[in-house]
Design a protein around this ligand. Structure first.
Ligand SMILES: C[S@@+](CC[C@H](N)C(=O)[O-])C[C@H]1O[C@@H](n2cnc3c(N)ncnc32)[C@H](O)[C@@H]1O
Length: 211
């Protein structure tokens, strides 16, 4: 889902930093051959993530929701050489595709995959991280946000994807996933000591930064 007309989005993409050839190949392969490819963040959101990673001098990232590894790869491309990205997913088939493309990129060495359900994987992690990208099962969005808030480095950033959910978030009681995203958004709205903005980029990117 995109809230911006396609031709406007294409113009924006044309004038933004582009992903690498490996990332482009991965996107084309996913779109042509993998079920559920509308889940990909795509080029527009990818360029925004890259910009924020550079701007915030981010060195450590946790991503929830790897899928075929596109968002992990574009984020890794923006990290410094000693940067690290941990990405979590429970699907071994899509993770295998992800690994095969990361192996073709010089930035792949920054990425570590944990193949487990999100909450179980987070239990194995300690320390603080500069950026959380939340893009896995919507029913756990409030839990992922709570975990991220407890493990955010000073001035760290949380970015939660699909927070407009094709506009369904405007009403309560639509379905369980929508209510869970609404709960996440309300939690974020009420946070004190953070700067927040919900951007209508693609399906909604909620940016939450510790003051
Ligand atoms: C929207 S896709 C991620 C897209 C990816 N960030 C990208 O843009 O390239 C969501 C992913 O979450 C994963 N997922 C679903 N439930 C999960 C869970 N409980 N724990 C971890 N991952 C889960 C799915 O297997 C799927 O690959």
């Amino acid at each position: 889902m995109s809230f911006v007309p396609l031709e406007i989005e294409e113009y924006c993409i044309h004038h933004s930093t582009h992903p690498s050839k490996v990332a482009k190949d991965l996107m084309h392969f996913t779109r042509s051959s993998v079920h559920g490819s509308n889940m990909l963040i795509g080029e527009m959101e990818g360029s925004v993530l890259k910009f924020l990673i550079k701007l915030g001098r981010v060195k450590t990232i946790i991503e929830l929701g790897t899928y075929t590894g596109y968002s992990a790869l574009v984020m890794a491309e923006a990290l410094p050489d000693d940067g690290k990205l941990i990405t979590i997913d429970l699907n071994p088939e899509t993770s295998k595709i992800a690994q095969s493309y990361w192996d073709q990129s010089p930035h792949g060495k920054k990425i570590q995959l944990i193949l487990k359900p999100g909450l179980q994987a987070l239990e194995t992690l300690k320390g603080e991280y500069d950026l959380f990208f939340i893009d896995a099962d919507k029913n756990n969005y409030p839990n992922y946000l709570q975990w991220a808030l407890r493990h955010l480095s000073p001035h760290g950033l949380i970015i939660t994807d699909n927070t407009l959910w094709s506009g369904k978030v405007l009403k309560s009681g639509v379905d369980k996933q929508t209510d869970s995203i609404r709960e996440h958004n309300e939690m974020a709205r009420l946070l004190e000591g953070y700067t927040k903005t919900l951007l209508p980029i693609r399906d909604g990117m909620y940016l939450i930064q510790k003051n």
